[in-house]
Design a protein around this ligand. Structure first.
Ligand code: NAI
Length: 276
């Protein structure tokens, strides 16, 4: 019997027993660390084998592979820059040859602006890199995976694609303009793919994380913690943890919301609630 994990509203985790189910292969981009690592582990605990995709192959990436294997599932690390469209075919051939057919794609890889600053000072170089990775790369990698999913004759019923955007798909942060713009565009891509793929039984979901404690947010921990603790940022007065996001995604891609597609799931402790 495998150990599953339940999380309560305070973020406490506890192990419970659950029967293993074979769900095929999930690709998790940016799976090496942070939210991506948690997604790899949670999806493995639900019965997926995992293609961990990242720019880097280091100790952290190998730890992710180990954590997946600890759940009794297979994991392989694939080095890929998701902005390099010419590398997709070889990458997907490698996933299919090494692990099998892909039933789930989680578009998690993303980058933040290298320096926060005035919109009037944003450089073309910074803008292009943000769009290349967060929007263009994610759009075309999804297209490449979706084409293979659609072409499959023996397709299982419960296939899915997840886009991790951000509260910033809607919430304007003037200091990180290109990031917000890339995530707003990705939100539209999610809805486009939902419409296009529904007839093939592929559910498409957008996850908008709020403030999650990872390396990406390390530079704003000091600034935001007091505001989180006094309730100024979100209703739930704590930082989100990577497993908060991973658990939500696992619910969606294991059939927890069967009549949902193209929907937006805010996971940010109520950060999206407009207030006076
Ligand atoms: P992170 O920076 O800790 O991890 C991102 C991973 O993606 C890294 O392992 C990195 O090497 C990989 N990556 C970056 N560019 C890549 C590329 N071109 N190709 C392949 N892999 C690449 O970030 P974190 O915090 O785990 O965020 C994950 C996703 O969640 C991102 O899309 C981010 O925009 C989004 N998000 C995060 C929030 C947070 O508060 N941490 C809030 C809202 C959204």
């Amino acid at each position: 019997m495998k150990a599953d994990v339940q999380i309560n509203n305070r973020g406490d985790r506890r192990a419970v027993d659950s029967a293993p189910i074979d769900r095929g292969v999930a690709i998790v981009t940016g799976g090496r660390r942070g939210i991506g690592q948690a997604i790899c582990v949670e999806l493995a605990s639900a019965g997926f084998d995992i293609a961990v995709v990242d720019l880097r192959d280091d100790d952290t990436a190998r730890e992710t592979v180990r954590l997946v294997e600890e759940q009794g599932q297979r994991a392989s690390l694939f080095r890929l820059d998701i902005s390099k469209t010419s590398d997709y075919a070889a990458f997907l051939d490698g996933v299919e040859a090494g692990l099998g057919q892909v039933n789930c794609l989680v578009n998690n890889a993303g980058i933040q602006v290298s320096e926060r600053g005035d919109l009037l000072d944003v450089s073309e170089e910074s803008f292009d890199r943000l769009i290349d990775v967060n929007l263009r790369g994610t759009f075309f990698l999804t297209q490449a995976v979706a084409k293979r999913m659609v072409a499959r004759a023996d397709a299982p019923e419960d296939r899915s694609i997840v886009f991790i955007t951000s509260a910033n798909a809607h919430l304007v942060s003037p200091e990180k303009g290109p990031y917000c713009i890339s995530k707003a565009g990705l939100s539209m891509a999610s809805q486009q793919y939902a419409l296009r793929l529904a007839e093939h039984g592929i559910g498409v979901y957008e996850i908008r994380p709020g403030l999650i404690m990872t390396d990406m947010t390390a530079d704003v921990v000091e600034r935001y913690t007091p505001q989180i603790e006094n309730g100024a940022i979100c209703a739930v007065r704590r930082w989100g943890q990577p497993h908060d996001i991973a658990r939500g995604i696992t619910t969606l891609v294991t059939g927890g919301m069967p009549f949902s597609t193209g929907d937006v799931y805010n996971i940010g402790g109520g950060m999206q609630i407009p207030r006076l």
